[in-house]
Design a protein around this ligand. Structure first.
Ligand code: FES
Length: 140
């Protein structure tokens, strides 16, 4: 069962870039747009050392982590070989140009993971850029 929440328009996400969706608890979710306007969502935490994937460069259906350039698959959140490890993928629905995330996943997935205390992957709010961050709709 899903509880789809409207997040933004596809065009609000830069092509080959991402926006961050802040959550009431847990690390933000990065919502990516590739060159074909396909949209993906991953926990904004690289499986290597917690880099902010939302600040990486999208290519094809992968994102290059801005810290050490690992390639992370946007569909499954997994590092490309020879690197190993996965971040958490979130379900995405695009309808009439609007991006939706599952409110149940936003409220429940990966709440036990913590963001790095400092550096570019530091927790939400540290970036403080309102034009970059989106607040997730509150879930009941
Ligand atoms: S933290 Fe992402 S490649 Fe190292």
């Amino acid at each position: 069962m899903s509880d789809w929440k409207p997040i933004c328009s596809v065009t609000d996400i830069p092509v080959l870039g991402a926006r961050r969706v802040e959550r009431a608890k847990g690390i933000a979710v990065a919502v990516f747009r590739n060159s074909e306007d396909k949209v993906f969502a991953l926990l904004d935490r690289c499986p290597h050392k917690g880099g902010p994937l939302s600040q990486g460069i999208v290519f094809g259906e992968s994102v290059a982590c801005p810290l050490h350039n690992w390639s992370i698959g946007l569909a499954d959140g997994c590092a490309k070989s020879p690197d190993e490890g996965c971040t958490i993928p979130f379900a995405v629905k695009v309808e009439a140009g609007r991006v939706h995330l599952d409110g149940i996943e936003l409220a429940t997935l990966a709440l036990d993971l913590v963001a790095p205390k400092c550096g570019p992957g530091a927790s939400t709010g540290a970036l403080g850029d309102a034009s970059f961050d989106i607040q997730a709709p509150h879930t009941a």
